[in-house]
Write a protein that binds this ligand. Structure first.
Ligand code: CA
Length: 420
C-alpha cells in the first residue's frame, strides 16, 4: 500500500505515511461542579522512513479551501511520526509530509485527511412516571444534554385533574407543566391524578323531605339517586333539577355526573292518594284516613290495623267511628300502622266501660324500634283523643295497645298521628 515516489529536486524518497489520530476524549473529566473538555484534538501521523535517511521531516497542514504554506511546517523532527496539536473539532484537515536533507526537500507525500468530531457532551437521565388516570410527556427515561432545559407536560384523563407533581420527590404543586433548567444531574418527575368531583345540592320545601339532603360531593361519572317523600297529608308538587321542572316525581337519578347540579322538591297540602303521580311512583302511602290538617286517623278494622289474640266488639260508649274493641287476653295486641316520616303527636281513643283496666300499655314503634311505652288509665277519658307523646318516625310508625289483665278489659278503638 505504501507508494514510493521520487522528488525531482533531490534523491530523497518519502514513503506514503499513515495517520493515527489522538484526541483527548480519554482526558475528559468531570467533577461535581467543574467540567473540562479540551477545545482541540491532536493528530499523530506516521510514515515510512526515507532511504537514505534524511536530516528530518516536516509536516504541513491545511484545511478545506486552503493551500499548504511550505514556509510553516506544523511539525519538524527526525523521527517517522509526529503529533500535530490544536486540531479543531469538526474540521477536516489535510496533511502532507516532506523529507529534507540540508537545503533539499522532497515533494509532498500522499495527502491524508483527518476529521475529529467533537465529543458528545454528557447527558443525564430524567425519569418520568405517572399513576393511573393521566400521562406525562415525555414519559419514561430521557437523556438530557448537560446544561440544556427539558419541559414536561402533565396530562390528566377526562374527568380527572392533577393531584400533585413531585420533582426529585419534592412536591412542586398540581402543575400541568414543569421545566428542568440547565440540567446538571439526574432527576425524577412523578405526577399523580385524582378524579374530578362535583357538588349536588338537594333541598326540600316545607312538608316533605329529599334524601340525601344538603350538598354532597359526587365523583365524575358517578350515578346518584334521590328520593322525595312528602309528609303525611301532603303530596309532591314538583321536582326541579337545575331549575328545570321534572314534574311531580318521587325519585330522580343523576347519571354520569360531569357538572354541579341542584335538585329541589316542593310539596302541597292535600291528600294525593288517588293522584296519578302517587300511583306511578309507587311511594308508600299512609293507611287510615287523612285530614286536611295532615293528621292520619286509623280506626279499628281499617287498613293498617292488625292484632294478636282475641279482640271482640265492645259495648263501650262513644266509640270512634262505628265501634270499639276489647280484649281480656293478657298480651293480646291491637296495632295501628302508618307509613309516615317526621315528627308526629300520637293520640289514642278508647271507650268507657265499667271493667276497663287502669294501666294499659300503649307501645310506640318506629319500624322494629320501640320508642316508648305509655301506660294509660282506661277507666278515665274514654270517648276522646288522649295524648300519648311526640315522636320522630322514619317511615313505619306503629302504635300497639296491649291487653293488660284478664281481670279487666282493655279497649282498642282508634289511633291518630298528628304532624307536629
Ligand atoms: Ca272505632
Amino acid at each position: 500500500m505504501s507508494k514510493r515516489f521520487y522528488s525531482p529536486l533531490n534523491t530523497l524518497v518519502l514513503l506514503a505515511f499513515t495517520l493515527g489520530i489522538v484526541h483527548f476524549a480519554s482526558s475528559i473529566s468531570f467533577s461535581a461542579d467543574t467540567y473540562t473538555v479540551p477545545q482541540t484534538a491532536a493528530a499523530t501521523l506516521a510514515w515510512d522512513p526515507n532511504e537514505p535517511f534524511p536530516d528530518g521531516y516536516c509536516i504541513y497542514q491545511r484545511t478545506e479551501g486552503q493551500s499548504y504554506d511550505y514556509s510553516q511546517p506544523c511539525w519538524t523532527g527526525s523521527g517517522t511520526s509526529g503529533t500535530v496539536y490544536n486540531i479543531d473539532w469538526d474540521t477536516t484537515y489535510y496533511f502532507v509530509v516532506r523529507a529534507y536533507d540540508g537545503a533539499l526537500e522532497s515533494k509532498d507525500s500522499e495527502e491524508v485527511s483527518f476529521l475529529s468530531p467533537s465529543p458528545e457532551p454528557p447527558s443525564y437521565p430524567i425519569t418520568a412516571t405517572v399513576t393511573a388516570h393521566g400521562a406525562i410527556s415525555p414519559g419514561g427515561v430521557v437523556e438530557v444534554i448537560r446544561e440544556s432545559d427539558k419541559t414536561y407536560t402533565v396530562i390528566p384523563d377526562a374527568g380527572h385533574h392533577v393531584a400533585d407533581v413531585k420533582v426529585d420527590d419534592v412536591s412542586v404543586g398540581a402543575v400541568l407543566s414543569y421545566t428542568f433548567q440547565k440540567v446538571t444531574a439526574s432527576h425524577t418527575i412523578e405526577a399523580t391524578f385524582a378524579v374530578d368531583t362535583y357538588q349536588i345540592t338537594a333541598s326540600a320545601g316545607a312538608n316533605g323531605s329529599i334524601a340525601p339532603s344538603g350538598t354532597i360531593s359526587v365523583d365524575h361519572g358517578a350515578t346518584k339517586n334521590y328520593i322525595i317523600s312528602p309528609f303525611v297529608g301532603y303530596h309532591i308538587t314538583d321536582l326541579k333539577v337545575d331549575s328545570v321542572s321534572q314534574g311531580a316525581i318521587s325519585s330522580y337519578t343523576f347519571c354520569d355526573v360531569s357538572t354541579n347540579h341542584t335538585i329541589n322538591a316542593s310539596f302541597s297540602v292535600g291528600n294525593s292518594l288517588n293522584s296519578d303521580s302517587d300511583k306511578d311512583n309507587g311511594s308508600e302511602l299512609p293507611f287510615g284516613t287523612l285530614s286536611d290538617d295532615g293528621s292520619i286517623t286509623i280506626d279499628d278494622g281499617q287498613a293498617g290495623t292488625s292484632s294478636t289474640g282475641k279482640w271482640s266488639v265492645s259495648g263501650g260508649s262513644d266509640p270512634y267511628g262505628s265501634q270499639s274493641l276489647y280484649s281480656k287476653e293478657v298480651g293480646a295486641t291491637y296495632s295501628y300502622e302508618a307509613a309516615i316520616s317526621g315528627s308526629y303527636e300520637v293520640e289514642v281513643w278508647w271507650t268507657d266501660y265499667a271493667s276497663r283496666c287502669s294501666s294499659v300499655p300503649v307501645k310506640v314503634y318506629d319500624g322494629a324500634n320501640l320508642l316508648d311505652t305509655v301506660y294509660v288509665n282506661q277507666q278515665e277519658n274514654g270517648g276522646q283523643w288522649n295524648f300519648i307523646g311526640l315522636y320522630e318516625f322514619t317511615g313505619q310508625a306503629r302504635v300497639a295497645v296491649v291487653a293488660q289483665d284478664s281481670n279487666c278489659s282493655t279497649s282498642a278503638d282508634a289511633v291518630q298521628y298528628f304532624p307536629f
